[in-house]
Design a protein around this ligand. Structure first.
Ligand code: NAP
Length: 315
């Protein structure tokens, strides 16, 4: 147990920093529920999938390739449905959406979990900085494509991060620098994509107003996973040595997205940001509704360029 686990108290619902995904879903029967999870082959996505499958849900597991999505079959119940979805390739995301629509699958919870962090050097695809493209735009295409496949009371859970506050640009979303060409900082670019995740969830929730759908964002905590693959070996070694004292385990890290994804405590709750399985504070930018609406509009513009074979050019 980490030192923080001992110091942090549980929230009003009895769950907190040290709650695990198994604990927050204990007693739930998810038989008949369909839960889609991106980034299902690793870290928090894998643990989320394993636990929700154990509770009886049909997990639709998305990974960059079908092979990666299939690689976790042995840890899943018989209804597991693996699919390829490379989030940085709009065509791949659209194909995944088409497959699910053709199969007439109605989704109860759509967990936008996949992500990449802190690419040391600027990487671009279709003229867009790769963390923003993967973490935000890929999920934007997926969720919009599947909006009509959400079940009544369907939930969208967007895995953001406290990095939206810690590694923020001073003016929030970089509306004139989605390419990263006009300045790039590996951590701020990650924080930027995570602010986009949060604002996407807020705007989606606003658009869900007067429906039974819900959208919420989460910060899972800090957990040593493959997310740090781009860090230097020494830093990764350092993380390994402090993780038992300060960090969450993967089982604890997956708890918030499982709780927000399926727990009946949150029926009708939308537009919130959760950390340690409880509502939490965002940055000021994280509450900026105008910024969220503007981001949505630009994201639509970007997606329409990309799916028509174009490349994004900063305005
Ligand atoms: N770990 C933390 O401390 C922490 C803190 C705050 C927020 N988060 C967020 O939690 C989420 C899960 O991260 P994690 O810690 O579990 O990291 P992880 O173990 O690296 O898992 C990330 C998953 O995303 C997938 N992915 C990456 N790029 C993709 C792409 N282009 N298309 C499709 N899938 C892609 C990865 O696939 P491959 O294995 O094929 O690369 C992997 O399955 C991320 O959104 C992350 O930002 C994590």
């Amino acid at each position: 147990m980490s030192l923080i686990s001992l110091l942090k108290k549980a929230g009003a619902n009895g769950f907190g920093f040290s709650s695990t995904a198994e604990e927050v879903t204990e007693g739930l029967d998810l038989t008949g529920k369909k839960v889609l999870i991106t980034g299902v082959n690793s870290g928090l996505g894998l643990e989320t999938a394993r636990v929700l499958s154990k509770r009886g849900a049909t997990v639709i597991g998305l990974a960059r390739t079908l092979g990666k999505a299939e690689s976790i079959c042995l840890q899943m119940n018989d209804s597991y449905y693996p699919l390829a979805c490379e989030l940085s390739e709009p065509q791949s995301v659209l194909e995944c959406v088409e497959t699910l629509k053709n199969a007439n699958i109605q989704i109860d919870a759509l967990i936008c979990n996949a992500g990449i962090m802190a690419l040391p050097k600027l990487q671009q695809k279709y003229g867009i900085e790769l963390q923003f493209l993967t973490n935000h735009i890929g999920h934007f295409i997926l969720v919009n494509g599947l909006a009509g496949s959400l079940n009544d009371y369907g939930r969208v859970i967007v895995v953001s991060s406290a990095a939206h506050k810690m590694f923020s640009y001073s003016n929030g979303i970089q509306f004139t620098n989605f390419s990263g060409s006009h300045g790039y900082d590996s951590h701020k670019a990650y924080g930027h994509s995570k602010l986009a995740n949060l604002l996407f969830s807020n705007e989606l929730s606003r658009r869900f107003d007067s429906t039974n759908f819900a959208a919420n964002a989460v910060h899972p905590g800090v957990i040593h996973t493959n997310l740090v693959r781009h860090y230097r070996l020494l830093v990764r070694y350092g993380l390994r040595t402090v993780e038992k004292i300060f960090l969450k385990t993967v089982q604890q890290g997956a708890a918030t997205q499982c709780y927000v994804g399926v727990h009946s405590d949150l029926d009708g709750v939308s537009g919130n940001y959760f950390s340690d399985c409880n509502p939490s504070e965002t940055s000021e930018f994280g509450q900026d509704q105008d910024m969220a609406t503007r981001l949505w509009d630009v994201s639509e513009d970007m997606v329409s360029k990309l799916i028509n074979g174009g490349t994004w050019v900063d305005k």
